[in-house]
Write a protein that binds this ligand. Structure first.
Ligand code: GLC
Length: 534
């Protein structure tokens, strides 16, 4: 049975500023990623997704794009990108880019034109509105980064809408010219050979046409970000977004149909499961994978994890392929949320659930969030709402490669501090330690390749009592049990009859213990994969 690469494969997210610097400016670059392709291939992932590399004033570190069809000089050149792509493909690695369609930079030429006058041909490419009576903003919408979402433009006497920073004006996706221009962007990169896109804030693209006020959020507490004061009822997740996603899918499918390998679209969508599922589209005509972020915030408890997994599986539309994420460039790292022992167990969960996993760079080393001294804070999210734990610098720190100066990341002082334990917690050291969390990731990824049951098999929950979560994966004769101990005390798991002859394939700990008397003894913080003895 052959399945598309984006179903059987594993995606690895690279935050390019922090992966590998070759220019000596303390900021990662494309040549750095190219240099580390060997590491990624040996790790055993199938695809890389690179956060934005386009020219940008960097108000939101690349999520404010001033030219969709170029490469920021800090990251290199288009030729560097083509080289990266060719070398990745030569190693069998797919390359996904980050598509940022909701907003441009305020320095994008489209916005400069749009802003120049009310009669400019591109005026309607963005969301301009007259003030409310008294000169107030047109409605009560709040920026996701705090503060009001409308910026007054004195020269033309209107407000423009920005869901994020005022340096990130939202495009008007109801305008066909915007759609056409953004389709050209997709074609530009598809023509170069990219294998797909992660689509930034897909659920934000369309806003209610008449811009009504958003209702208050009854669950708001001051500890939350200011954006949570309101429910984003009218500013996000409008029905028209699905037509837009379907058009992007058609475009991507046309490339696949032209025999150039299937192209994938992954949507960034933070919504409850039922709404999330709609992004698969009618007849699977939406994005291939609406990102499923539930594990990032899930209580680490067997029963609730089991319920979450079961509800997600049950909600999938026919033919909809699942996916799982443990971390990304916006959320606290898994090792900080759960501690290293459970970060290992979580890695086993991520890489053995049914569906495409996305792994965040550095999580394979068990990197934690790095405390950032106040004078080194860079993230606008933190600077705008300090002290609430919303800042993203701590989880975007440089990849520690070895114990040489600056951890082999750069010859200069890095743009964000390294993890304090980098002399011990780095790639070179962990490659040399069979019991390291990196070695565990390599073993898990190798097991996925060796066992179709893990990559594409069926899934059945077996146990979710106390601190033990156990499930079965099966593909034809290939049949496995995954048993996870979510706590730091030993547990005993009685196995089903068929599994009595199983042997441990791997453990999150350094060694394995055999099945005895039809039961598996799980040590503290241990996850085990069992397979039928050969
Ligand atoms: C997405 C990105 C985030 C960015 C925001 C605005 O949520 O993941 O990093 O700040 O969009 O583009």
């Amino acid at each position: 049975m052959t399945v598309p690469w984006w179903q059987s494969g594993v995606i690895y997210q690279i935050y390019p500023r922090s992966f590998q610097d070759t220019a000596g400016d303390g900021v990662g670059d494309l040549k750095g990623i190219t240099r580390r392709l060997g590491y990624l291939a040996e790790l055993g992932v199938d695809a890389i997704w690179i956060s934005p590399i386009y020219p940008s004033p960097m108000a939101d570190f690349g999520y404010d794009v001033s030219d969709y069809c170029g490469v920021d000089p800090r990251f290199g050149t288009l030729a560097d990108f083509d080289d990266l792509l060719a070398q990745a493909h030569a190693r069998g690695l797919k390359v996904l880019l980050d598509f940022v369609p909701n907003h441009t930079s305020n320095q994008h030429p489209w916005f400069t034109e749009s802003r120049s006058s009310r009669s400019n041909a591109k005026r309607d490419w963005y969301l301009w509105r007259d003030p409310a009576p008294g000169g107030e903003p047109p409605n009560n919408w709040i920026s996701d980064f705090g503060g009001r979402a409308w910026e007054w433009d004195e020269a033309s006497g209107q407000y423009y809408y920005h869901a994020f920073l005022k340096q990130q004006p939202d495009l008007n996706w109801r305008n066909p010219a915007v759609r056409a221009a953004m389709h050209d962007v997709l074609r530009f990169w598809f023509d170069r050979g990219v294998d797909g896109f992660r689509i930034d804030v897909l659920w934000h693209l369309v806003k209610a046409a008449d811009f009504p006020d958003n209702p208050p959020n009854p669950a708001y507490r001051p500890a939350l970000g200011e954006m949570d004061r309101l429910l984003q009822l009218h500013s996000t997740d409008q029905p028209e977004v699905h037509g837009i996603a379907a058009d992007m899918r058609t475009l991507a499918d046309d490339y696949g149909a032209a025999g150039q390998g299937e192209r994938v679209l992954i949507g960034e969508i933070y919504l409850l499961v039922e709404r999330l599922m709609r992004y698969y589209g009618e007849g699977r005509a939406g994005v291939h994978l609406p990102f499923n972020f539930q594990l990032i915030e899930a209580p680490w408890q067997a029963r609730s994890l089991a319920a979450l997994i079961a509800a997600y599986e049950a909600a999938l539309p026919p033919g909809g392929w699942p996916n799982w994420v443990l971390g990304n460039h916006d959320r606290p790292r898994v090792a900080s949320r759960l501690g290293e022992g459970q970060a290992r167990v979580a890695a086993m969960l991520l890489l053995t659930l049914r569906g495409t996993p996305t792994l965040y760079y550095g999580d394979e080393l068990g990197l934690s969030d790095v405390p950032i001294p106040p004078d080194q804070i860079q993230d606008p999210r933190e600077l705008r709402e300090p002290g609430k734990g919303l800042g993203r610098d701590p989880l975007r720190t440089p990849m520690p490669w070895d114990d040489s100066a600056h951890a082999g990341f750069s010859t200069a002082s890095p743009w964000l501090p390294l993890n304090a334990d980098w002399p011990a917690r780095n790639v070179a050291r962990q490659l040399a330690e069979p019991g390291s969390i990196l070695a565990l990731h390599r073993r898990l990824l190798a097991a996925r390749r060796a066992h179709p049951a893990l990559a594409i098999g069926d899934f059945a929950l077996r146990e979710a009592e106390g601190d033990v979560l156990a499930y079965e994966r099966r593909h034809g004769a290939d049949r496995l049990v995954v048993a996870l101990n979510l706590a730091a005390r030993p547990q005993r798991l009685a196995l089903p009859e068929w599994a009595h002859d199983c042997r441990p394939l791997l453990s999150t700990l350094a060694d394995v213990t055999p099945v005895q008397d039809g039961a598996l003894l799980l040590r503290p913080d241990e996850g085990v994969i069992l397979t039928l003895a050969d």
